[in-house]
Ligand binder design. Structure first.
Ligand code: EAX
Length: 347
């Protein structure tokens, strides 16, 4: 009996160890290939580097927003998409960046709507003087149905518009004199973006507008090829225009949205899931970028004054009235309905 029970015990022990061994081994064996597989999968994930162009300096929110956009894309695609940014017009002017996106040689860009006028009529309504009463008004229009219908009009151009980022309300700087009333602009040679509505708006108040690429602007101001330029405070500060312009007039005459554009060639290669990730990242980075602009706007007026700029606060209603005839001139091309819809959204 004793012998037999010992044998049974020995058998149990052996079976037990054998089982532990098998379970242990199989556990290990299961884990090992898993790790290797996932490693292989990671290295198999094709890394795609996307080129993102912008014209202002590297510390402007366009570039900082593109960096944020890239960070979100990389995180949300497990490292598949990486965005490399090229600020300061390294890849050319805004017009050249738009052309690059159209051809697929540049994947992504953020530009003002104004130079897009050479490619599509879709954005013209945003270029009208004093069309947006406030940033809230602009966001309501651009982030809503109207904004979506504007982006939709890009279909067939080789460009896909994902979201409206922001450049901001534009103000006039010049090297000649303080500007308070529209008449003060008489004879002032002002650089504008390549946009007929902007040029017409300045002609309307007797100024002499000259279109020019942003990359050439600092030198043109320095050499006095032009007397004046107009841009939001973050551009004036990051591009150091205060070094060559003494006067700043807070006219806020145009609100410049800055659409995030990607090339159709890239877009067509994405899966539906990736398209959603791109769209969400574009919206999230838009919020971050707008916040950067707001934070800069809040402190820059004082900083620019401290740097020696003489600041005037013109009565905007006078400027609005003086530039108003531009609406009549452009309403057929833009669509009276669209203009009215945008205006109505202010209420
Ligand atoms: O879009 O050209 C301009 O004045 C623009 O404001 C600038 O490049 C950012």
């Amino acid at each position: 009996m004793k012998k037999r029970s010992l044998k049974v015990l020995a058998l149990f022990v052996m079976v037990f160890f054998a089982m532990t061994l098998v379970v242990g081994c199989s556990g290990g064996a299961k884990e090992e290939p898993k790790k290797e597989e996932s490693k292989k999968e990671e290295s198999k994930v094709e890394k795609i580097v996307l080129k993102a162009a912008s014209t202002p300096p590297a510390d402007h929110p366009y570039n900082l927003g593109l960096i944020e956009f890239g960070k979100l894309l990389t995180e949300r695609t497990n490292g598949k998409f990486v965005v490399e940014t090229f600020p300061a017009a390294q890849l050319g002017s805004e017009r050249e960046a738009i052309e690059g996106v159209q051809m697929g040689t540049i994947d992504i860009t953020v530009v003002s709507t104004a130079p897009l006028a050479g490619f599509s009529d879709a954005f013209l309504v945003t270029d009208l003087p004093f069309i947006f009463k406030s940033k809230e008004h602009a966001y309501k229009v651009l982030d809503g149905e109207i904004g979506q219908s504007i982006m939709k009009k890009l279909e067939g151009t080789g460009i896909v518009g994902l979201a409206f980022w922001e450049n901001g309300f534009r103000n006039i700087t010049n090297s000649k004199r303080p500007i308070v009333n529209p008449e003060d602009m008489e004879g002032i040679k002002i650089r504008t973006m390549e946009n007929q509505i902007h040029m017409d708006s300045f002609r309307q108040i007797g100024a002499d507008p000259t279109p020019m690429a942003f990359g050439e602007l600092f030198t043109a101001l320095q050499q006095k090829t032009v007397d004046a330029q107009e841009n939001p405070l973050p551009i004036i500060a990051t591009s150091k225009f205060y070094e060559v312009q003494d006067h700043l007039a807070m006219t806020g005459h145009f609100y410049a949205p800055a659409p995030l554009l990607v090339s159709q060639a890239l877009w067509d290669k994405l899966t539906d899931e990736e398209k959603q990730i791109f769209q969400k990242a574009a919206d999230d980075a838009r919020d971050a970028e707008r916040k950067m602009i707001a934070d800069m706007d809040a402190k820059l007026l004082d900083e620019l004054k401290a740097k020696g700029m003489q600041v005037t606060e013109p009565d905007k209603s006078k400027w609005q009235e003086a530039m108003a005839p531009v609406y009549e001139k452009w309403q057929d091309k833009i669509g009276k309905d669209l203009i009215e819809k945008v205006k109505a959204a202010a209420n």
